[in-house]
Design a protein around this ligand. Structure first.
Ligand code: CP
Length: 318
């Protein structure tokens, strides 16, 4: 089954065929954009210029929201965006579920939604009659981030299969880590994590995952290192962090000393936003192995591929 007309809630739901389409189309869009600064000539579909993606962001975002917008614009489509809850009717008491029902009633072609933990909203999204993309949901999943991470790994390491991928930091609260574990394992990578006890993941699928207590051993093992943001905004929902920022930095921050233990051809990733000096030092962000901004570039083309697939656009492979 192709991506046409489908929603994307989890990386679990992506087939090999979907992944082949998304990776090859992303590669094509990126290389064509580098040559001609446009990709719209590569896609065709009925009334493409009338297609509209509705963005509903109930949590803050820079990369995901703007790269969905950029992707749609590059394809020749339009977007609408609800990104400031304070000036929406949520501030007058409307629920998030009713808000997305109303956005869907405006008949966009695709709805992309970012939200915190909200089971009513999740049920409502499953019931909508238009395709929905999960643009980050609570501590659950962030499938488009995992897709662009996997693409970036393939781009710089040449493959995902057999890569040793280390996820560092607040794994417990990270939707990115959850989507990455599913997707990168499916693609044949070995995933491990290194986290303070307080941030050990609880989900069943993490139980068999390799864990490092010491960052030095972990860095020596890895070919790809993904640092995570400490998700302070979620800590009071569950429990507070049991160690100080200074302790965290001492034990888990990636700086030049930690990069000395890392493969010379390894790559360092972070989904963003990076809290400089806490998760990665400013010096490490300048290291040639750091591909954080390449992830952001790839995010536009991966999201353009996903929109193309869901809308059933014809992609001219040239
Ligand atoms: N990676 C990511 O989701 O970043 P934003 O929160 O800025 O969208």
């Amino acid at each position: 089954m192709s991506l046409f007309g489908r929603s994307l809630f989890s990386t679990e739901l992506l087939s090999n065929e979907d992944l082949e389409f998304l990776f090859s189309t992303t590669r094509l869009f990126k290389s064509e954009f580098e040559k001609r600064k446009r990709i719209d000539h590569l896609v065709e579909g009925p009334d493409l210029h009338q297609k509209c993606v509705s963005l509903a962001f109930f949590e803050p975002s820079t990369r995901t929201r703007l790269s969905f917008q950029m992707a749609a614009l590059r394809l020749g489509m339009k977007t609408t965006s609800l990104d400031n809850v304070a000036v929406s009717s949520i501030s007058k008491g409307e629920t998030l579920s009713d808000t997305v029902r109303n956005l869907a009633a405006m008949k966009p072609d695709i709805l992309a939604v970012r939200s915190g933990e909200n089971s009513d909203l999740e049920e409502t999204l499953l019931d909508l009659s238009i395709p929905v993309i999960n643009a980050g949901s609570g501590t659950s999943e962030h499938p488009t981030q995992a897709l662009l991470d996997a693409f970036t790994i393939q781009e710089f390491r040449g493959k995902v299969q057999g890569e040793r991928i280390l996820i560092i930091g607040d794994v417990l609260h990270s939707r990115v880590a959850n989507s990455n574990l599913i997707l990168l394992s499916k693609l044949g990578a070995e995933v491990a994590y290194c986290a303070p006890e307080e941030f050990n993941p609880h989900r069943e699928n993490w139980k068999a995952t390799k864990k490092f207590s010491d960052i030095k051993d972990a860095m020596k093992w890895a070919t790809v290192c993904i640092c995570l943001r400490i998700q302070k905004e979620r800590h009071q929902l569950h429990h507070s962090i049991g160690l100080s920022m200074a302790e965290y930095r001492e034990r888990f921050r990636i700086g030049t000393a930690q990069l000395k233990d890392f493969a010379a051809d390894g790559i360092l990733l972070h989904p963003g936003p990076v809290i400089r000096g806490i998760e990665i030092s400013s010096a490490a962000l300048q290291d040639s192995r750091c591909k954080v901004l390449d992830q952001v570039t790839n995010g536009v083309f991966m999201r353009a591929s996903l929109l193309s697939g869901i809308l059933g656009l014809e992609v001219k492979k040239q």
